[in-house]
Design a binder for this molecule. Structure first.
Ligand SMILES: [Fe+2]
Length: 270
């Protein structure tokens, strides 16, 4: 693996892939990007400004894009691209803000693993996306906690604390809100041979398979842990940038935006 140039980002939360043009991507480079994605959890590729066709093609080189019906689609030709738009006079919370989370952790099976965003219209100095590394957070846990959670599972719900941002979007689009969905998953996962934390604070309701008296304490402990600054990288967007992350190993959230416009194109991938 020598064809692509990679540099670590702050706090080792993911990596930048440099000097690459995704419009002309050959198979070898696409495979190396996928390898880097699994190794680092999140990759940042600056100033690509892809048209919808190239953007959707890049997603297909990583996996199978998924239709996500709860967000506005771009148009019929590009069913996998969702538009996330923030208008200057929007007063509600930004979609996906305020709580670190791992997308669709409330699905039992077949949940999309990767999420990708491209910046279409980016306001100055606002609207960073915040990432936290589940790899690094797991590694720094005290052994005593690692031991307590080794067989633990979490109950994740679409009605968890972050749901307020989705419900506001559904109201805007006139979609009748769906029934809430709930799933149970192990909270320690292994990706690329490394253990990582899967605790999605925006969806986590309860921790199971631990001593009953520890369950609440561990839930609060882990939520506080993944929010520590040492595991966080706040990504400042430029127009045309692409961020692509693995929801098994990386937690993320949007930050608040006030009085300005922002448009992102989002694709989720299995
Ligand atoms: Fe999200």
């Amino acid at each position: 693996m020598t064809n692509i140039s990679i540099t670590n980002s702050k706090n080792n939360v993911g990596a930048y892939i440099n000097d690459i043009n995704l419009k002309n991507l050959d198979q070898d480079k696409a495979e190396e990007i996928e390898t880097a994605l699994n190794q680092f959890g999140v990759i940042f590729i600056k100033e690509q400004n892809l048209n919808p066709e190239s953007y959707q093609n890049f997603a297909k080189s990583i996996g199978q894009p998924v239709v996500y019906p709860r967000l506005k689609g771009l148009d019929e030709k590009f069913p996998f691209i969702n538009v996330i738009e923030r208008k200057p006079d929007d007063k509600n919370l930004s979609f996906g803000s305020s709580w670190l989370h791992q997308d669709t952790s409330y699905l039992a099976n077949d949940r999309p693993r990767y999420t990708m965003l491209m910046g279409i219209e980016i306001p100055d100095g606002q609207g960073n996306t915040i990432f936290s590394s589940g790899f690094n957070a797991y590694e720094k846990l005290p052994n005593e906690i690692k031991d307590k959670i080794k067989d633990a599972t979490g109950i994740f719900s679409s009605a968890g604390p972050i749901s307020v941002t989705r419900l506001e979007r559904e109201k805007e689009m006139g979609i009748k809100s769906s029934e809430s969905m709930e799933a149970e998953h192990p909270i320690v996962k292994t990706v690329n041979g490394k253990k990582t934390l899967y605790v999605s604070p925006g969806h986590l309701m309860k921790i199971k398979n631990v001593k009953e008296e520890d369950a609440n304490y561990l839930k609060n402990y882990l939520i506080e842990h993944v929010n520590k600054q040492e595991f966080i990288f706040s990504y400042e967007w430029s127009k045309g940038d692409i961020c692509l992350w693995d929801n098994l190993s990386i937690l993320h959230m949007a930050s608040e935006i006030k009085n300005c416009k922002r448009i992102m194109h989002r694709i989720t991938i299995k």
